[in-house]
Design a protein around this ligand. Structure first.
Ligand SMILES: NC(=O)c1ccc[n+]([C@@H]2O[C@H](COP(=O)([O-])OP(=O)(O)OC[C@H]3O[C@@H](n4cnc5c(N)ncnc54)[C@H](OP(=O)(O)O)[C@@H]3O)[C@@H](O)[C@H]2O)c1
Length: 278
């Protein structure tokens, strides 16, 4: 029989690369994978944020390294892969978590160059990082990819055209890669609903109660809710799952049937009238 401690260390000895890991969902994912026994290579743009995350992971007992840089820079993605290989000798898990919700606003006002940035960060970077990991390790030894998409990719909303369209492309990329890279590599997505992070602060800060009241689970998400789903998909417990999109949204899609109603449009209202950073 496996002890409860043993059964939690489902990633013992494996190496995971997590992008956007200095705060929010990515930080929670890195910590969760470390608790599961993984060795980590984490990234984000701010070097101080990367340093602080690596220190926290090490304090947790994890074997962790980090590289600062933007996922929009192809050289950074090779650097991350090389660093993981140099430090840990393998890249078993890639979590494409870094993302942008810019440019925010109506599509007719969108600068096509800024629109392209959304696709560079949210779609092209995940593909490039998987290519790096495939060439460095996964083609020969196998592995797992988890792409962090969004529940919002399943429908449209005010001001989030670039975000939603690029995340919908990431979902399609997930399915396409799952088909192309099996059986060596499994590729799945998690799609969070509203989670308490900096990126979504402009939505939840003034509307948390209204949003929570409209959800069957009665609360907005915490980063660890998503991290646990990523850990499970990354583990062998999910060995027959690939090409899937796991909604981690507190019941956002089924809220219309919730007994107490709440305000099912609370998020859309925030997206319409509140802006990131405002
Ligand atoms: N929060 C939500 O409600 C929600 C809902 C659905 C989906 N998501 C998705 O979840 C993912 C994580 O978002 P979050 O809410 O945790 O955001 P967050 O709290 O703002 O954290 C974003 C992380 O990504 C890093 N990052 C941002 N741009 C980067 C880039 N170009 N290159 C490298 N690192 C970058 C940030 O550090 P630096 O600034 O130092 O680079 C930070 O570590 C995103 O893909 C987002 O679309 C979030």
């Amino acid at each position: 029989m496996t002890s409860s401690r043993g059964s939690q260390r489902v990633l013992d000895g494996r190496c995971a690369v997590v992008t956007g890991a200095s705060r929010g969902i990515g930080r929670a994912v890195a910590e969760e994978l470390a608790r599961a026994g993984a060795r980590l290579c984490v990234t984000a743009r701010d070097p101080e944020g990367v340093r602080e995350t690596v220190a926290a992971l090490r304090a947790q007992g994890a074997d962790a390294v980090g590289v600062a840089g933007s996922v929009a820079d192809p050289a950074h993605l090779w650097e991350v892969t090389d660093r993981a290989m140099a430090a840990h000798g393998r890249v078993d898990v890639v979590v494409n978590n870094a993302g942008t919700n810019q440019p925010y606003g109506p599509l007719m006002d969108a600068d096509p160059d800024a629109w392209r940035t959304a696709f560079t960060v949210n779609v092209e970077a995940p593909l490039r990082l998987v290519q790096c990991a495939w060439r460095a390790w996964m083609a020969e030894h196998g592995g797992v990819v988890v792409n962090v998409c969004t529940e919002g990719a399943g429908h449209v909303g005010p001001n989030v055209g670039a975000y939603g369209t690029s995340k919908a492309a990431l979902l399609h990329l997930t399915a396409q890669l799952a088909g192309e890279l099996g059986p060596a590599v499994r590729v799945n997505a998690v799609s969070p609903g509203l989670v308490r992070t900096e990126m979504a602060r402009f939505v939840w800060e003034r509307a948390e109660q209204a949003v929570a009241a409209g959800l069957p689970t009665g609360r907005i998400g915490e980063p660890r809710d998503v991290a646990r789903a990523v850990r499970w998909l990354a583990s062998d417990e999910a060995s027959w799952i690939t090409g899937a999109d796991l909604l981690v949204d507190g019941g956002t899609r089924v809220r219309a049937a919730a007994p107490f109603g709440g305000d099912p449009d609370a998020v859309q209202r925030r997206l319409r009238y509140q802006f990131p950073g405002a």
